[in-house]
Design a protein around this ligand. Structure first.
Ligand code: 6PG
Length: 243
């Protein structure tokens, strides 16, 4: 039976504010301990609200992000200036407003051949976070959205065994049902190896995917992650779901 920490909210704004404060808490704790902090971001619609509120919270609480290293849970294979780029989304909403040092931004090279970009991402992540006993770097936090089909990052239903069982930290996707088809994604193993995994999801369109994922026999990509990552936290604003 997968275990998780489900935090329900009455609105997207309440969810985003709670998640933003929780994230800034973690960043402040790392700063107090004199440690760097590593996070992998996701893309999509909801994160735009979440990122914007995070900037407001960071400024209101005067919490520095200078020790935060930014990675991505996934990236679309598009140029960094593309409106579809998850990097551009974060650049516009978080990095520029908070003046994040470019050396702390480790974007996935969506403009390159996916296999080349994957190898560069694996190398760069391991340079910043030395692999642990599991042979994978342990990110402090992976932030995920949830797709209507139960996907997380760019890990979609009906993926091949090579994708599902990929032992490396990143992998290439060529058949994403969510455009664009070519993407780079953290692997299931790398996400499960993170110290914390948060899923942030809002909207009636996600209710069935969430309900299906939380069922003990759930078959979605999120259900698969839940089985390998007990104790992850779900910040959700969804109509009542029958789990
Ligand atoms: C992406 C995302 C993807 C997203 C979910 C939720 O690159 O598309 O990383 O995993 O987080 O699809 O997206 P919405 O918030 O737009 O529903």
């Amino acid at each position: 039976m997968p275990t998780y920490n489900l935090l329900p909210f009455d609105s997207p704004e309440a969810l985003a504010l709670a998640a933003a404060n929780a994230w800034v808490d973690e960043i402040a704790k790392a700063h107090s301990a004199g440690k760097n902090y590593s996070v992998a971001l996701s893309g999509g619609r909801f994160v735009q609200t979440f990122f914007a509120i995070t900037v407001e919270v960071a400024r209101a609480r005067s919490v520095s992000f200078d020790h935060v290293h930014f990675f991505w849970a996934d990236e679309r294979c598009v140029p960094p200036a593309s409106p579809d780029s998850n990097y551009k989304l974060a650049q516009d909403i978080i990095f520029t407003p908070l003046n994040i040092p470019p050396a702390n931004i480790h974007r996935l090279r969506g403009e390159l051949d996916p296999e080349i970009a994957v190898q560069q991402a694996i190398t760069e992540l391991a340079q910043i976070i030395p692999p642990g006993t599991a042979g994978l770097p342990a990110l402090d936090l992976v932030q995920l959205g949830l797709g209507e089909d139960g996907h997380i990052a760019s890990l979609f239903p009906n993926a091949s065994p090579e994708i599902i069982n990929c032992p490396a930290s990143f992998l290439a996707v060529y058949d994403s049902p969510k455009p664009p088809p070519r993407r780079i994604s953290l692997s299931y193993a790398a996400i499960a190896n993170a110290r914390q995994v948060w899923v942030l999801t809002s909207g009636a369109s996600k209710a069935e995917a969430m309900a299906e994922s939380l069922r003990p026999d759930g078959k979605t990509p999120f259900a698969r992650l839940l089985k390998s990552k007990p104790g992850l936290t779900i910040f959700c604003h969804l109509p009542k779901i029958n789990t």
